[in-house]
Write a protein that binds this ligand. Structure first.
Ligand SMILES: NC(=O)c1ccc[n+]([C@@H]2O[C@H](COP(=O)([O-])OP(=O)(O)OC[C@H]3O[C@@H](n4cnc5c(N)ncnc54)[C@H](OP(=O)(O)O)[C@@H]3O)[C@@H](O)[C@H]2O)c1
Length: 379
């Protein structure tokens, strides 16, 4: 039995992880869950999966639950970190959204737990620090992001020096064909309507701006140890090819599947074996495969992400923090859709980059960028 901790159990990835685990009661045991503030769903999950420990964001919620749940209960970063690293956990699924995922994931790495990584922000913000700690602890980081899972599946059995480049596919989001002159009028509900994937709000908006693909480029740099020149992006509206690896002999390995996160989640949970995921089988007779160059003029967030990656240091953490504030402001109606890249670029321009940062430098840059971005949108 593999003991599983799920950070972000009430979110889209967390719920899908439990959907896969439900299919394999003989293989996986839920040891701990960490959530934000969705008490009712967390309570249902506790009743069904009977973890030993749960954590929530706020201390007030803990007092509501204590005595009601037959588990240990904690809160905040400390509670999520305990859930991530406690005895009995073999693998921690990192699926909190945003920068809040970093510290609990790092706690799991430090405790030597295998990681199934959905929270890309962990590597975007602190790739150098986290990968060095993983190497020290001999911890394997298994990708859950469908693109990185596809690359991982396509490089297994090949020599790193034979890779020419990897190609991360992007659906292009809901505005691929909308004229750029109309981007100022895009509403939050339009941006939340992703054509292929059903995901949390933050990543859905990031998919519409292509910032999500930019974060994935940075994540790939750390997961696969590649230089930015060896990481390309191709727009593939059908989301059937989840990513590809091109080799020096001209061969390309691609991984395909239905756009359903249960596939990559099951692969990470059971690695190196494969288990049933519940994802529907792909019907290739109904599939068409198109690929386009991304338009970085229309979607400047992708270019900004490559800039942050090439700059290195604390710049990717600043990109990420400014984006979190920008997405929040867009969803709250305080800035237009086009204000998202403008805000990120302004904060990046004002940042005094810190190269080879420690964890403290990363956290300080994150806090600075949030303040700068919040001031720019008026609080
Ligand atoms: N969804 C996808 O298909 C997908 C694909 C690839 C990668 N990812 C990545 O996976 C991560 C999660 O994405 P998602 O779509 O599942 O997000 P989501 O649906 O918004 O869920 C986020 C989860 O994190 C919890 N949470 C938020 N802040 C927290 C905090 N401070 N402490 C503890 N828990 C907190 C939420 O709890 P409450 O709901 O209880 O407040 C929820 O369980 C993101 O990094 C995303 O980029 C997602």
């Amino acid at each position: 039995m593999k003991g599983i901790s799920i950070l972000g159990s009430t979110g889209s990835i967390g719920v899908n992880t439990l959907n896969v685990i439900r299919l394999h009661p003989d293989r996986f045991r839920v040891v701990s869950l960490a959530a934000g503030s969705n008490l009712s769903l967390l309570t249902e999950q506790v009743e069904e999966f009977k973890p030993e420990y749960v954590s929530l964001t706020s201390v007030d919620d803990v007092s509501k639950l204590k005595g009601l749940l037959p588990t240990g209960v904690g809160h905040g970063v400390e509670g999520a970190s305990i859930a991530a690293s406690m005895d009995g956990v073999d693998l921690t699924v990192s699926a909190i959204s945003g920068a809040a995922g970093l510290m609990p994931t790092l706690a799991a790495v430090k405790a030597g737990k295998e990681i199934a990584l959905a929270n890309k922000e962990t590597l975007v913000m602190a790739g150098e620090v986290v990968m060095a700690e993983a190497a020290r602890q001999g911890v394997r980081i298994l990708p859950v992001d469908s693109e990185h899972s596809a690359v991982f599946q396509s490089i297994t059995g090949h020599r790193p020096e034979d890779i020419k480049r990897i190609i991360l596919t992007a659906s292009g989001g809901p505005f691929r064909e909308r004229p750029v002159e109309e981007f100022d009028t895009i509403t939050p509900s339009e941006a939340l309507n992703h054509p292929n994937w059903d995901m949390g709000k933050k990543i859905t908006i990031d998919s519409a701006t292509l910032l999500n693909k930019g974060l994935e480029v940075i994540e790939a740099r750390w997961l696969f140890g590649l230089t930015p020149e060896k990481i390309s992006v191709s727009v593939h509206p059908q989301s059937i090819v989840h990513s590809m690896v091109e080799y020096i002999d001209g061969s390309m390995m691609a991984q395909m599947g239905s756009p359903d996160m249960r596939g990559p989640i099951a692969y990470a949970l059971a690695y190196p074996e494969r288990v049933e995921s519940g994802a529907p089988t792909l019907d290739l007779t109904r599939a068409s495969l198109e690929f386009f160059e991304p338009d970085t003029v229309k979607f400047p967030c992708l270019a900004l992400s490559y800039d942050a990656l090439k700059e290195g240091g604390t710049m990717p953490a600043v990109l990420n923090a400014a984006d979190e504030v920008a997405v929040d402001a867009f969803l709250g109606g305080r800035i237009p859709f086009t204000g998202i890249p403008a805000l990120i670029e302004g904060v990046m321009d004002a940042h005094d980059n810190h190269r080879q940062p420690s964890l403290e430098d990363v956290l300080a840059a994150d806090a600075w960028a949030r303040r700068a971005a919040s001031e720019a949108v008026g609080g």
